[in-house]
Design a protein around this ligand. Structure first.
Ligand code: CA
Length: 221
């Protein structure tokens, strides 16, 4: 697995690069946003927020223009607002400095597991779960070959759940990825959309509510 580390501080970057190489990663390290944007494609980007030439948000936004590469943002302690902005700009996760090496490894593995399910299918633009087929490019959802009439948020919610059928997606992540918020009151909004999706799918068993955790998509038996 190839990693790009964007970090201007040698004191942080050097031990990180050494540790990750020991773990078997192929690591490229750059120290500026411009270098990050010019770097060859990798499988994951670890992106520091404070860079000498531009901030990490800008780098993240520009990477997202033409790449889905998983991005983990690295922020300093207490930058709560920054974290939300980073996720809205398309970062997949964040880490707060100072972080432990084990924690970093766990995050890298979690993010790449999540994103590789997207690419594991025969066509990364299509998600399949039982009789349900979702075409991400044309934003169409088909059930037994018949197109479902979904609102944009219903489509995004269904697509998020269908990326990894059988796995519980927590509510925080749903709010973040579908509604771009982590606002607690958003839970009710999720329930309304789930109700509509269950009706349109014709069987409430498609979407299971896991109390206190989140939602799971599972083709009914
Ligand atoms: Ca920095």
């Amino acid at each position: 697995m190839r990693l790009l580390i964007v970090e201007d501080e040698d004191a942080i970057a050097i031990p990180l690069v050494e540790g990750l190489r020991r773990e078997g990663f192929e690591v490229t390290r750059v120290a500026t946003g411009a270098e990050a944007l010019a770097a060859p494609e990798t499988d994951l980007v670890l992106l520091d927020l404070r860079l000498p030439d531009m901030d990490g948000f800008e780098v993240c936004r520009r990477i997202r223009v033409n790449s889905d590469v998983p991005i983990i943002m690295v922020t300093a302690r207490g930058e709560e607002v920054d974290r939300v902005v980073g996720l809205e700009l398309g970062a997949d996760d964040y880490l707060v400095k100072p972080f432990g090496f084990r924690e970093l490894l766990a995050r890298i593995r979690a993010v790449s597991r999540r994103t590789s399910t997207r690419e594991a299918g025969r066509d990364p633009e299509t998600l399949v779960a039982g009789a349900l087929e979702i075409d991400l490019r044309s934003r169409r959802a088909l059930l037994d070959g018949n197109e479902l009439s979904l609102t944009p948020k219903e489509f995004e919610l269904l697509a998020l759940l269908a990326r990894d059928p059988g796995t519980v997606v927590d509510r925080q992540r749903i709010l973040r990825e579908v509604w771009n918020t982590t606002w607690y009151g958003g839970a009710k909004t999720i329930d309304v959309h789930v109700g509509a999706l269950r009706r349109k799918l014709g069987d409430p068993a498609w979407i299971e509510t896991v109390r206190g955790v989140g939602l799971r998509l599972e083709p009914p038996a």
